[in-house]
Ligand binder design. Sequence first.
Ligand SMILES: CCCCCCCCCCCCCCCC(=O)SCCNC(=O)CCNC(=O)[C@H](O)C(C)(C)COP(=O)(O)OP(=O)(O)OC[C@H]1O[C@@H](n2cnc3c(N)ncnc32)[C@H](O)[C@@H]1OP(=O)(O)O
Ligand SMILES: Cc1cc2nc3c(=O)[nH]c(=O)nc-3n(C[C@H](O)[C@H](O)[C@H](O)COP(=O)(O)OP(=O)(O)OC[C@H]3O[C@@H](n4cnc5c(N)ncnc54)[C@H](O)[C@@H]3O)c2cc1C
Length: 648
Amino acid sequence: NLPFSWESLLPDFPKGPLCKYRKKASFNWKEMAVLLDGKDIIQLKNRIFSALESDPLFVHHPGEELSREKYQELTFLRCKRLFEYDFLTQQEIIENPLKIFHMVLCIGMYDWSPCIQYLLHFLNCASYLLEFIINTPDFEAAKFWIGNMGKHATHAVVYAQLYTPDGQYQGLHSFLVQIRDIKTLLPIPGVVVGDIGKKIGQNGLDNGFAMFHNVRIPKENILNIAGDVTAEGKYSSSVKDVKERFSAALGSLSSGRTVITAVSMTNLKLALSIAIRFSAVRCQFGPTDDEEIPVLEYQTQQWRLLPYLAATYALDYFCKSLFENLTEFYLGLLTKQRSQRQADIGREIHALCAASKPLTSWTAQQAAQECREACGGHGYLAMNRLGEIRNDNDPNCTYEGDNNVLLQQTSNYLMSWMHCIRDKVPFESPFGTINVLQDYHHILDWKFTAMSVEDCMDSSVPLAAYKWLVCYLLRESDLKLSKEKQSGRSDFEAKNNCQVYYCRSLAIAFIEQTVLQRYHDYTHDPDIPSTLQPVLKNLSALYGLWSLSKHLAVLYQGGYASGEQAGRFIQNAILELCYRLKDDAVALVDVFAPPDFILNSPIGKANGELYKNIWGEVLQGSKTLNRPSWWTEFCINRPVAGRLKSKL
Ligand SMILES: CCCCCCCCCCCCCCCC(=O)SCCNC(=O)CCNC(=O)[C@H](O)C(C)(C)COP(=O)(O)OP(=O)(O)OC[C@H]1O[C@@H](n2cnc3c(N)ncnc32)[C@H](O)[C@@H]1OP(=O)(O)O
Ligand SMILES: Cc1cc2nc3c(=O)[nH]c(=O)nc-3n(C[C@H](O)[C@H](O)[C@H](O)COP(=O)(O)OP(=O)(O)OC[C@H]3O[C@@H](n4cnc5c(N)ncnc54)[C@H](O)[C@@H]3O)c2cc1C
């Protein structure tokens, strides 16, 4: 019952082999798309997708190998074009900041290289409006990996240790430093700048290095987020404590980590769109010799893919909610809030995105590999794009902070609440993510109580288990830390010895619980249309149970679960949910898959004409039917077997 205008915003898919599954879906994919994104965002996505599709600069080059140099050039031209499109007005951004988030992800769905290049320029220009001397003491201290710096950036935001003329160390600060001449692109005297070389992915983007030798920059170029220096060289800061200034200087990293959480989630969307459409069409074997069935009908294939589909939905919702949290944080910064609430928001956001980036980038990394294998040999064909998605997703696990290192930030935050728990002091956090710890003592007594598989089919079951898990891992991590300290270890050693199986697991369980809590609340909201709620609840339950199943050992170890049944119920409920969702799977990816031009994968096309699409692409290769240029080496200069064998 969608109004006519919705039909034109979300056109029907072409008829073809995927119709069989589309007809079996329990819900209307357009209604779902409208629920999840809303009219404005769908219009924005269409606007961006169709601009890229109609622009010759963005045309794909099937079967052509671009050199890195050419790819970097093309990426730069595309990045410039993105500035020309200027997809969003300032007014639109003010009215709905979520639009920037969608704009970035739409461009990224096409290719992450121009997207990230554009984003780095865009954010650096937008966010930053003494007589200092910048020095790189040695090669190990060189700036390395910097996006856009390899070939073309003219200015860099440089994080450096600030020493004032009185010799005092003032902590980490950021400075705007010119590195190349804006007319010639040649380096500024005192700067050695260059390209770091080929990467595993994202090769359109030029990452560079820079070393500074007595480079003088004007006093105004300190980006005085936390502190400033007067003309006389006196340091002043509204944030008195060096440690607090450090965290203020690093505050901007939360935005990057939030964006990367969403970038990774978008890679999940791309990989699953391809693998699920492929699986619904690709037939192999069957119950009888003359009947072949789609590989999606196999239990293993369902179990390999559908939990990732559920994760995509849960993480998509989480990303939007995290972005809203971040917007609140930035509004506070812009209006110069100095309240305790603003400080608490900063800490909570930091703890959330320091764990959501690892969770989402790892999930996407594993999903991309699983999707690659789930498409068999076709998954390994570069034109089908799963290799590119996997390789381009990979650095999400590393940049803006290595995942394993970042998880320590989240566990530190959680551990910091132990004194309130111990002293029974009331506490809460602005976004409520740690409020579960208010019931810490009570929750630790909880047990797994489901009596049947059917009992487990709602996300309330894994959610309760997660609450217990977070409290349990917090208690164990705290105990372990105390024991390490009691046995005479230094703070550094003690903390280091508490990571594996304790703090690291705690941070992961916490973020999974937070994602699940938000998604559970959303899917159980009475305002969700009754036509969509059943499938959304199934996704929520599957995401929760599947994520939880990786912690089964700890659930038993800590006494939350006992006996054979608990584990069996969870496993059987996962399989049952996969089975229930398999007929909805194609419609569920139709909701988020970008148009064919953007997805750029013959086996992932919306018409499901697997073989025709692959053939079409293979035959477009400029040299597909040519004999090789070195054909004479094969046909004429034949090897004389043993000619070079040692005669000794
Ligand atoms: C502008 C451009 C953006 C572009 C966004 C676009 C993205 C688009 C896609 C991707 C594009 C790729 C582009 C890659 C770009 C790079 O990769 S840029 C380089 C990024 N580099 C990093 O992220 C470095 C990672 N390392 C770190 O952040 C630090 O080593 C760590 C992890 C914070 C640990 O440092 P540490 O010295 O051990 O500090 P620690 O004692 O734990 O912390 C001190 C205090 O500061 C607090 N703190 C630390 N960090 C924060 C924070 N961020 N917020 C609040 N408080 C904090 C701590 O909680 C702690 O507080 P207390 O517990 O004392 O109260
Ligand atoms: C594609 C790409 C683009 C990038 N772009 C930029 C950019 O634009 N600007 C920029 O400034 N940087 C950029 N970087 C650099 C990036 O931010 C760093 O690579 C990242 O923060 C990790 O730091 P590192 O490389 O020094 O790793 P290291 O710190 O050397 O880590 C190596 C390994 O040691 C482990 N480890 C380190 N410390 C600990 C610890 N305390 N406890 C346990 N394990 C530990 C890590 O888990 C990791 O596995 C980019 C990186 C990549 C890959």
